[in-house]
Design a protein around this ligand. Structure first.
Ligand SMILES: Cc1cc2nc3c(=O)[nH]c(=O)nc-3n(C[C@H](O)[C@H](O)[C@H](O)COP(=O)(O)OP(=O)(O)OC[C@H]3O[C@@H](n4cnc5c(N)ncnc54)[C@H](O)[C@@H]3O)c2cc1C
Length: 319
């Protein structure tokens, strides 16, 4: 605790955090609070972002699966969707956890692991404000008083593709320590049936699975809720309304790829947010737009380049 206090004193410019000794519940010896943090309601903010984009003249058509791209003279010329081709000389792959599969079909290697992040929504109770995480549960209070309850540990299901990425991710597995559990199960056998290559006139996995999700973990979810109730008894009164699993697009250094694709002129990638894309997404989009337009970038794009995984650079973990 003293070491933490000393560290805070020597880094006042980095944090506006408050540290609490004995925060008032037995299972925690200390807590930190960052009052300047905010939370967002994804169900509200995402449609608002789309609305703002439309107001700028962007045309959004959904749901339409993109099957691939076409090239002319080695340069991207069209995006091919399930409803036909669209002429485009610059294309951004921003497919979240699907990006690796899509890029792979184009012959572009994008080391990105699909990590399951199980979640549950519970009824409104008089629990904790805002959002935060302890060692055994994490919470976010919704605008209507309901909560999302999960945990900061994630599950890497063993799939054929995840297996192929094992060596790329070994340093990351060591870095994240016990934050990641590797699990063998049904996902492996299902992954054997997933096509990795297709033609642009064939039905793709993106049409067969419109929304990529992971299996919810029922037993573990019960446990996290019990831990939440142990720390804050009001959570014991909550009813479970929904359980699901999201898929996190993790890169070997937990840093996104916001980059051109040197081997395919006209193709760009904006993906691999490693669990931070709700916060980083708009800034990342802004940065890539500057790069594509040939404007002076507002941040150094080199740390996000795709080539860092192949040019011999050491992996740098930024969080
Ligand atoms: C449980 C959970 C909690 C999280 N909490 C936080 C948090 O607190 N803070 C934070 O910053 N981030 C958080 N994240 C991470 C955040 O949600 C992601 O980083 C972010 O959504 C990534 O945005 P994206 O646009 O890159 O990808 P996505 O949101 O996955 O969007 C990609 C879209 O492209 C579509 N798509 C893919 N391939 C195709 C195709 N071929 N054709 C057509 N459409 C396609 C997909 O269907 C999807 O709609 C959390 C994630 C999970 C799962």
């Amino acid at each position: 605790m003293q070491a933490m206090k000393n560290w805070y004193q020597t880094h006042p410019h980095l944090f506006h955090k408050r540290l609490y000794d004995r925060p008032g519940c037995d299972s925690y010896i200390a807590a930190q609070h960052q009052p300047s943090d905010g939370t967002g309601e994804p169900a509200w903010s995402v449609p608002l972002i789309a609305q703002a984009a439309r107001a700028e003249g962007v045309k959004i058509v959904a749901p339409v699966a993109v099957r691939g791209i076409e090239t002319q003279g080695g340069q991207v010329s069209h995006v091919v969707t399930e409803r036909g081709a669209v002429r485009a000389s610059r294309v951004v792959v921003a497919g979240g956890a699907w990006s690796r599969l899509f890029a792979g079909n184009l012959g572009v290697s994008l080391p990105q692991l699909g990590i399951a992040s199980p979640m549950q929504r519970i009824s409104a109770v008089d629990g904790l404000p805002g959002a935060g995480a302890g060692s055994d549960f994490a919470w976010r209070r919704h605008a209507d008083g309901e909560y999302s309850i999960g945990i900061q540990r994630h599950v890497a299901p063993v799939t054929l593709d995840n297996f192929k990425l094992l060596f790329d991710f070994l340093p990351s597995l060591r870095h994240t320590n016990d934050l990641l559990t590797v699990r063998f199960g049904r996902d492996f056998f299902e992954s054997l049936r997933l096509p990795t290559h297709w033609r642009n006139d064939e039905v793709t996995p993106f049409e067969q699975t419109r929304m990529l999700t992971a299996r919810p973990l029922l037993k573990e979810s019960d446990q996290w809720l019990a831990y939440a109730a142990r720390a804050v008894p009001a959570f014991a009164k909550a009813k479970v309304l929904e359980r699901w699993g999201g898929v996190i697009d993790a890169t070997p250094d937990a840093t996104p790829v916001i980059s051109d694709v040197p081997t395919l002129p006209g193709l760009f990638v904006n993906t691999g947010f490693s669990g931070g894309g709700f916060t980083l997404g708009t800034g990342a989009g802004h940065l890539l737009a500057e790069v594509i337009a040939g404007e002076k970038p507002s941040a150094d794009p080199s740390i996000y380049r795709l080539a860092r995984f192949t040019d011999g650079s050491p992996l740098v973990f930024r969080h």
